[in-house]
Design a protein around this ligand. Sequence first.
Ligand code: SF4
Ligand code: SF4
Length: 422
Amino acid sequence: MSRGVKIPKCKKNSITDKIIKYPKPKFVYIPLICQNDINITVLVKNGDYVYKGDIIARKRGNFKIPIHASVSGTVTSIIEKPYLNGKLVKCVVIKNDFKERMSSTIVPRKHINDYTKDEFIDKIRDCGIVGLGGGGFPTFAKYDTDAKINTLIVNAIECEPYITADYMLLQEKCEEILEVIDAVIEINDIPEAIIAISRANTKTKEVINTFIGTYLKIKLVEVPNLYPMGWERTLIKEIKGITYNKIPAEKGIIVNNVSTMFAIYEALKYDKPLIERVVTITGEMIKEPQNILIKTGTPINEIIESIGGYKRFKDIYFIAGGPMMGTSIETDEMISSSNLTSVLVIRNNSEQEAIECLRCGKCVDVCPAKLSPVLIINSLETPEKLKSLRPEKCVECGLCSYICPSKIKVRDFVIEGKKIND
Ligand code: SF4
Ligand code: SF4
């Protein structure tokens, strides 16, 4: 398995003095989707008054994750809005009354380690905590296992270019993050925790080292500044020298993103559901790149306007998520959601037109999932051959597109192969 590739990180612009807040959307559009599953039961109707943190919908089937109101106000309708996967998704529209009235079901606790394992799992499920690194997998499900967990890895690598949300959060909330890591390993009887950061990230190393001294079971580990080092499989192999079949728990490991850890902190301490997150808004066409704490369901165009808008609104395009794994979005009317890590606004570059494949094999060399992307492209019309090439193993890291000298959108073709094989 390739350890990864060194790519330009372009993070400087969005690193500022502090995370700013965007607290006042007139309307929020709460997306009725969970990990790309729209199998959701809506629990409110037009005209209902909802408190901030009230459960307004719940996922059906596996992992019955609740979806919460991110503001207090009145439900006005259910309409479709653009979502980070580029598709329209049904959303519950809440007219904000700006009173920030909290749900009466919310009961804060004094000590975050004052939970049994079962209470902990119930709490993070009921607060709707999902992976904030972009995956959106329900976090409680990782802990709800009979497997003996020996290591919690806190993933603070953020290896995608441009994105700095985790970086900024660690600068501001390092003490809280260490406190919750300590509590989580105590509650779940996990002997050690490792915070993984990129070797290039000296400032984060400094801040963690300032506070880590009293936490004897938490270690800081630096890994090479390569992409996709933040991918679970690459990271575990790098740190532990271990590979696994389906999930890391098979080998006694749980991996949580650092922003997810902070969401767990707020759930344990304040009983706060996942109703907001830090999002990086950046790219060469944004006047003032920032990291912003955004309520779920806030339209992205409102946010961009609030930070000074675009340098130019012509010949630009949007990427939801990072440039490697993200999705191109046609409109800035997209709404924010818990798995939206960043919005990138960049220049439309017509020089990027693809030419014929050179058969250089670079896409094969870099693929961390050991696939042959070029062969997958050539087999999209021959189902039997495609099946044997296993495109479903693709983790959508985008390295093949990045490395391709012919500028072919290799990843998109592999994803097409994945869908055909589904
Ligand atoms: S996008 Fe998929 S096929 Fe391309 S390098 Fe990443 S894992 Fe391999
Ligand atoms: S990297 Fe691009 S040009 Fe090279 S083999 Fe793969 S698809 Fe063809």
